[in-house]
Design a protein around this ligand. Structure first.
Ligand code: SF4
Length: 352
């Protein structure tokens, strides 16, 4: 059982937003200009008592700056955890909007800024709080499990928030307690979790515009050309791509697999920004992005998240100077959204 598909106009509006985002990605800079901007950004972070937390999918320059200045590069949950534990009074998030919100939910006393407030996520956009709330109201007997890629309002409606690293384990545990569940928003990840656990999941019909573009048939051809290759796949990808994986996992799990697996060639089905961290952590290995071409390809994304790529050095500097992108969340919603997140953090701690 699955909820009715997003309307055609909703799907077009998400694709249009993605195209608009891509059209404003930063201009070309000379190496000298980049060095100067990086220096300026580092000085401002220090002067403003701010720490930069960056997602694996943002530009490599921001990832390096975050690490050089004492911040972190991580997945969305770890970004929020890091912001909470770091002593800086300001946390600046290089990623997309829901990541800024998650950081603020966990660190309400801190000033949380996002590098680019227009940076969205198709999963978040595809799960409007009012429609999702109405859907939950129709199924009051079901436990509501939502993925981290959702707004604060949607998290506030959830019993559990999960990341891809714990989704299978948590859903299996809930199913063992005879819980029936609503899963939102990613239908591919939900389908994967359902197949892995056999749980009774009612799936919301969202998708990531980057991962759903990976193509199983073309990946299979590429694998045949490189029989020694290992295939690393994020479970937001279609089932035909997941079937070809040697490892299916979250961003952090895929980076670990790239380090640990005994192969020198990897085909990677997730946003291409992750290749920077993989090459850093396993410099002698070769990493290539999985193909997005082939039948049915629209290539809105091409393994490239247009919203993640809106984050750049110039915007970071502008935000550190103006502080005009502060994340503000209604306190009642924040408190409700914090509960399922804290539950997830506690679950992760117990199962670690
Ligand atoms: S890569 Fe996909 S899931 Fe991640 S922020 Fe972009 S649209 Fe959202």
């Amino acid at each position: 059982m699955r909820m009715p598909s997003l309307s055609h106009s909703d799907q077009i509006s998400i694709a249009d937003k993605a195209r608009q985002a891509r059209s404003v990605v930063g201009e070309n800079l000379t190496p000298a200009e980049r060095r100067s901007l990086r220096q300026q950004a580092g000085d401002l972070l220090s002067r403003e008592d701010a720490v930069l937390v960056a997602h694996y999918y943002v530009d490599s320059e921001l990832q390096e700056l975050a690490e050089e200045t004492g911040g972190c590069v991580a997945d969305s949950l770890e970004m929020a955890r890091f912001g909470l534990s770091h002593p800086a009074s300001t946390v600046i998030v290089a990623g997309v909007r829901f990541m800024g919100e998650t950081a603020k939910i966990l660190s309400p006393e801190k000033q949380v800024l996002v590098v680019e407030p227009q940076a969205e996520c198709s999963l978040d956009l595809g799960c409007p709080p009012a429609a999702f709330g109405a859907f939950c109201d129709q199924h009051p007997e079901r436990t509501v499990v939502v993925y981290a890629n959702t707004s604060a309002e949607v998290k506030a409606r959830a019993d559990w928030v999960v990341t891809s690293s714990i989704a299978v384990d948590l859903v299996a545990d809930l199913a063992a307690k005879d819980k029936k569940m609503i899963w939102a928003p990613d239908r591919y990840l939900g389908d994967y979790v359902k197949r892995q656990t056999g749980a009774d999941l009612l799936l919301w019909d969202g998708s990531c515009i980057v991962h759903e573009e990976f193509k199983g048939e073309v990946l299979s051809n590429l694998k045949q050309q490189h029989p020694q290759a290992k295939v690393l796949v994020h479970p937001e990808s279609p089932a035909s791509v997941i079937e070809l994986a040697d490892v299916v996992g979250s961003t952090s799990q895929l980076i670990l697999a790239a380090q640990q697996l005994d192969s020198s060639y990897f085909i990677v089905a997730t946003e291409e920004g992750i290749l920077h961290k993989m090459r850093q952590s396993a410099p002698k290995k070769t990493f290539v992005a999985a193909p997005t071409a082939g039948e049915g390809a629209t290539c809105i994304s091409c393994a490239h998240c247009p919203w993640m790529k809106m984050n750049d050095l110039q915007r970071l500097i502008a935000v550190l100077q103006s502080k005009d992108t502060e994340v503000v969340i209604d306190e009642e919603i924040r408190i409700r959204a914090a509960m399922p997140i804290q539950r997830m953090v506690e679950y992760g701690r117990q199962s670690a």
